[in-house]
Design a protein around this ligand. Structure first.
Ligand code: SF4
Ligand code: SF4
Length: 443
């Protein structure tokens, strides 16, 4: 298949980065890469979504990988999984999964799914700070994304379903559900009740966000739904207001720089030093964006906040604040061409083991392997968001009262960076506005 034909299929099938980034996949496809890396590291604890897909549908994922390789002229692909999950798949280091496609068993450390760390671990290359992976000849895609590429290209199935893990203080399960269902409908269907003193997190415990299960819906970004007690570190830090985080940063930092010593981006030689962001916040009333450019290099892993700081300060929250300043000023860090970036010799010993990270987060007791329930369930109502990807919102092509079928395009890509959206159930359109299209099932 020609590259432009593949791009057109993926845009029209609504394929976006399924690991949570939701960057339209067609834009990632470019000539000039020599390596395709499949991110199946699933570095967030408690998530088993990609592992389940690999157990059930590796043939389809490999077909999606081959399609990208052929269209983009890439000769080598690497499927990166953590050693522990590689063991469950019975894979060995370097095993050939298909011609030109090899398994790479990655160290069981967090955040192994961070694109920059993954590329380094799989190829030894360091993406210059602020640049894209293609600058070192690499394209990275999530495992579920290449599975969706297969569906779009060979089964005429656009992205209408989402695979996700439900875990935490609940019987863990991996399910495949229509995009746009309400989280409360899913929980009701599975008999899940959220206890009083618990929260629901969309995503992993480290980087996910607390949602209201009564209003939240499943989108193309949803990789997991976790039900966790509100007194464990993973949740306490999320519940602390940003205002409090910033006040603590201004008053309590002892300047030990442990947050910088453990920062996984700093350990790759990136000029990101979280303790200096704390210092800038503490001493400056008005922060000049050009003084905090390195904030754009932070992957928001949370190690500085949850594991490094003994003063309960959150460099991650401070850096998020600095990222906002940069966004308003339309500024970001870009690497100088004359600097060679090298990983720290301390990197191997300072990276955070997955087991230790689970303890820091307070989720180490949730070790049960989830069951998988691939049986499709019917849902009465879905709400398809027009902006569930990076870029311009899709443009509705249906009106209230129109009957629709699952898989039908209901919103086309806007100009520029954008993708189409599709009905995920059969039914009738009952609401359309500039943010969403609501469909109710035909009874
Ligand atoms: S969240 Fe903290 S540790 Fe993680 S990349 Fe950002 S500054 Fe570094
Ligand atoms: S670890 Fe905490 S106390 Fe130490 S420099 Fe970082 S923010 Fe300050």
């Amino acid at each position: 298949m020609e590259l432009n034909e593949l791009k057109s299929i993926l845009q029209s099938a609504g394929v976006v980065g399924a690991g949570g980034a939701t960057f339209p996949t067609y834009v990632k496809l470019a000539q000039g890469a020599d390596t395709l890396i499949i991110n199946a590291a699933e570095c967030e604890p408690l998530l088993y979504t990609d592992l389940t897909l690999m157990e059930l549908y590796m043939d389809k994922a490999l077909s999606g990988i081959r399609t990208v390789m052929d269209a983009a002229g890439i000769t080598k692909a690497i499927v990166g999984v953590k050693e522990s999950k590689g063991k469950l798949l019975h894979w060995s280091q370097g095993q050939e999964l298909a011609p030109g496609i090899k398994a790479r068993l990655l160290p069981d450390v967090y955040p192994m799914g961070d694109e920059i760390n993954l590329i380094y671990e799989a190829t030894g290359r360091i993406v210059p700070p602020g640049k894209l992976p293609i600058t070192v000849g690499v394209i990275v895609m999530n495992l579920e994304t290449v599975y969706n590429i297969h569906l779009a290209c060979y089964e005429n199935r656009p992205v209408t379903e989402k695979w996700l893990t439900i875990n935490g203080n609940v019987k863990p399960i991996v399910v495949c559900v229509p995009i746009g269902i309400r989280v409360q409908d899913l929980f009701r269907r599975l008999g899940i009740k959220v206890p009083e003193d618990h929260v629901v997190i969309d995503g992993g415990p480290s980087m996910g966000r607390i949602i209201d299960p009564y209003t939240a819906i499943v989108t193309k970004a949803t990789k997991g739904l976790l039900i966790l007690p509100n007194d464990i570190p993973a949740v306490v830090t999320k519940l602390r207001p940003q205002r409090v985080q910033l006040t603590m940063a201004s008053s309590a930092c002892c300047g030990c720089s442990r947050c910088t010593d453990l920062c996984p981006r700093n350990l790759l030689g990136y000029p990101l030093e979280p303790h200096k962001h704390i210092r800038v916040t503490a001493i400056s009333e008005h922060i000049n964006p050009s003084d905090v450019l390195s904030a754009s290099l932070c992957c928001a892993c949370g190690i500085c906040e949850i594991a490094a700081c003994c003063q309960y300060i959150s460099p991650r929250a401070v850096i998020a604040d600095h990222k906002e300043l940069l966004a308003q000023a339309k500024m970001r860090f870009t690497a100088s061409e004359h600097v060679e970036y090298k990983a720290s010799p301390e990197r191997a010993s300072r990276m955070m083991s997955s087991a230790r990270w689970m303890q820091y987060l307070g989720v180490d007791k949730y070790t049960a392997h989830p069951e998988c329930d691939p049986i499709k369930k019917s849902f009465d109502r879905v709400e398809i968001r027009l902006s569930q990807h990076i870029g311009a919102p899709s443009v509705p092509t249906v009106s209230v009262g129109n009957p629709v079928r699952a898989g039908q395009i209901i919103a086309s890509p806007a100009g520029g960076l954008s993708v189409a959206q599709h009905a995920s159930i059969d039914g009738t359109v009952v609401a359309v506005d500039d943010k969403r299209i609501v469909i109710e099932a035909t009874r």
